[in-house]
Design a protein around this ligand. Sequence first.
Ligand code: NAD
Ligand code: UDP
Length: 348
Amino acid sequence: MNISSDFEQAHLGFSVNRYGQQRMNTLVTGGAGFLGSHLCRQLLQSGHKVLCIDNLMTGRMENIHDLIGNNNFLFQQHDIVDPIEITQSLDRIYNLACPASPPQYQKDPIHTFKTCVLGAMNMLELARRKGARILQASTSEVYGDPQVMPQAEGYFGNVNTCGPRACYDEGKRSAETLFHDYHHAHDVDIRIARIFNTYGPSMSPEDGRVISNFVVQALSGQDITVMGDGSQTRSFCYRDDLVRGLMSFMEHPQKIAEPVNFGRPDEYTVLMIAEKIIDLTESKSRIVFKPLPVDDPKRRRPDISKAQSLLSWTPVTSLEDGLAATIAHFSALAAEQAEQVNSDACVV
Ligand code: NAD
Ligand code: UDP
């Protein structure tokens, strides 16, 4: 596919942003998704030009509706499994395209694996041809069900190659290998960000991950579905902190080709998260227990000392503040939907 005479035209004649910094032509894959849409917005606010590519599998146009019409932004629907030609010069590529929620990435595991591997290959080829720096959104899932706590980048992980999570975990591991090899074989300037569980506003209510599920359930008075006995742990980072970290990693002047963890190191059981969300929403929802999914990791907590020392990055948003912002977002969405239903009923 050949994209973007529009992008090319939109980009002629600009090389410096309003801060006098170099204006980057930036490609964001997965830019209509939860993290990608926030990243697109932050890049535009920093004065860069953004080409957003997404197949809209889990991403939504609502996430980027305010960006459509911005002269520095172009959206193109495209699946990164298929090769892409872009005539415009590119300085940066953020490769975020891939469903991240287990129920979503398990719907079509072969496509998920292709997205991770063929998608990474296509983006690396593009980076090589354009001389662009490229950042891969990797994941804490490369550690699988970890046997060491906390997980530092030197840990090789404990992943089942044949389980229901393998399409994602092994796909992301293979993508890291491809990044590493393109760096060594073709001197592509790569960044590999291992992202731990991140949540926040603009998650889809249908996403299926724990925080969005619990918030939607608590606000609508449905049962809160805790998998297993809820003793498994995760560490939750707020969206804005994470995206700030990715941008500073991308722009770090030193070539950092080794993976770097991004996450918030506080560890909570899933049951604690359910109780906290019930408290914060003052919900009457009951907690119900469902079977633990196969290969669900028992504990996860990032060691972020590398990000702290290399980038001076540290997450600053507390779980309470992040949850409050997320709850406010889902409440507003529910109110909008209720208003829509009422006005439809009036029309009838
Ligand atoms: P998301 O599902 O909201 O966003 C993924 C986006 O990629 C969606 O817009 C989707 O439509 C798009 N996409 C999927 N497959 C595609 C394909 N083949 N071609 C083009 N577009 C495609 O998920 P997210 O939480 O925003 O995650 C973004 C990235 O960060 C993913 O690569 C994910 O693996 C990684 N990550 C996220 C987390 C997290 O907790 N949010 C943790 C670890 C890694
Ligand atoms: N989980 C849960 N109820 C839900 C969704 C998820 O108890 O409605 C659990 C899930 O089994 C896992 C944890 O919450 O133990 C985090 O799940 P999520 O899908 O958010 O992320 P991941 O498992 O990929 O870390």
